[in-house]
Design a protein around this ligand. Structure first.
Ligand code: PEP
Ligand code: MN
Length: 346
């Protein structure tokens, strides 16, 4: 943290700031330039948070030079991380496809969607058993029965499972079935939930809050990390803007920005951003081109019958095109397409 003094600041002003910082247990280093004086603070920024430095006489500005998130910050960890989910990597060397139905509806629908996903090159299966719906009258998901279906489909297809948890009380239950826990956009600042998923020891996919700044998103990740879990994948899923032509506005810049600020992998959800099948492929291409570490897409065998988000679900023909993108793009970007781990040999 750096304090910039205004031209009117006196020697007494400087000394009282230094004394205040020292009393809070920090060190203050005064540097005087020709046109301005700055005071560099060294210590834990949290120590200084309660001091009213901006209100001190002579202070023109207070600039934070170290990020407020520590554990997820790239400053503290320049090498980008890879998170492994059921043996499948998500990180800087690979492109990972996560696919499946928005919601688990029936065993048949989930298995069929998983087979489509796997045939398209997906190495992780998505599917919601607990659905965070905007309307209390909409399908809320099958709950634990849905988790059991996901576990059966994993056994059948070999695809590790990513599924959402919406309530801190369900974290242990969901973690007992899932390979990765998803925290959705509506819960992206539910701090009790973030702490609970941080404590349970499973990888977490943290979606960006639909109105969250990138810093708020990373602070949410810090809640998870602070509970001891650094296996976090960030997911940009579109933000709320004035534009209504798309369901959300995919903030494509958020991918390289988040990767610059944090060592965590960053993936994109083109299904929930665009909200429409025809946008999923172009947005997936865009995501890979800016350096996303993977994409998560909705797939459904019969989207017209889907209980949730049918209009954005991909069908067989779209998946062929997506596979083509996932085969051709990664080598151009110096990456490989993530694969499932080799089955253990007896
Ligand atoms: C989902 O992925 O099923 C979902 C509800 O997404 P989001 O939280 O991004 O709306
Ligand atoms: Mn959905």
């Amino acid at each position: 943290m750096v304090i910039v003094l205004g031209p009117e600041a006196t020697q007494e002003d400087t000394e009282s700031i230094v004394a205040l910082v020292a009393a809070a247990g920090g060190d203050a280093f005064v540097s005087r330039g020709v046109s301005r004086t700055i005071i560099g603070l060294v210590g834990d920024v949290a120590q200084f948070g309660t001091l009213n430095l901006r209100g001190m006489p002579g202070v023109a500005d207070v600039i934070r030079v170290s990020t407020p998130y520590k554990l997820v910050s790239r400053e503290n960890h320049p090498v980008r991380s890879t998170v492994t989910v059921g043996g499948v990597p998500i990180g800087p060397d690979t492109v990972t496809l996560i696919a499946g139905p928005c919601a688990v509806e029936t065993p048949e629908q989930t298995l069929e969607a998983a087979r489509m996903a796997r045939a398209a090159g997906a190495t992780l299966l998505r599917g919601g058993a607990f659905k965070p719906r905007t309307s209390p009258y909409a399908f809320q998901g099958l709950g634990e029965a849905g988790l059991r279906i996901l576990a059966d489909v994993r056994a059948e297809t070999g695809l590790p499972v990513v599924t959402e948890v919406v309530d801190a009380h369900d974290v242990e239950l969901v973690a007992s079935y899932a390979d990765m826990l998803q925290v959705g956009t509506r819960n992206a600042q539910n701090f009790a939930l973030l702490q609970a998923v941080g404590a349970v020891g499973k990888p977490v996919m943290l979606k960006r809050g639909m109105s969250a700044t990138i810093e708020e998103w990373l602070m949410a990740a810090e809640y998870i990390a602070q509970r001891g879990n650094l296996d976090i994948v960030l997911c940009e899923r579109g933000i709320r803007t004035f534009e209504t032509a798309t369901r959300n506005t995919l903030d494509i810049s958020a991918v390289p920005v988040a990767q610059r600020l944090s060592h965590l992998p960053v993936i994109v959800d083109p299904s929930h951003s665009g909200g429409s099948r025809d946008l999923v492929l172009p947005l997936s291409r865009a995501a890979l081109a800016v350096g996303a570490d993977g994409v998560i897409v909705d797939v459904h065998p019969h989207p017209e019958q889907a209980l949730c988000d049918g209009p954005q679900a991909l069908v067989e023909d779209d998946l062929r095109e997506l596979t083509d993108v996932l085969t051709r793009f990664p080598p151009l970007l110096g990456r490989t397409t993530a694969t499932l781990p080799e089955p253990a040999t007896a």
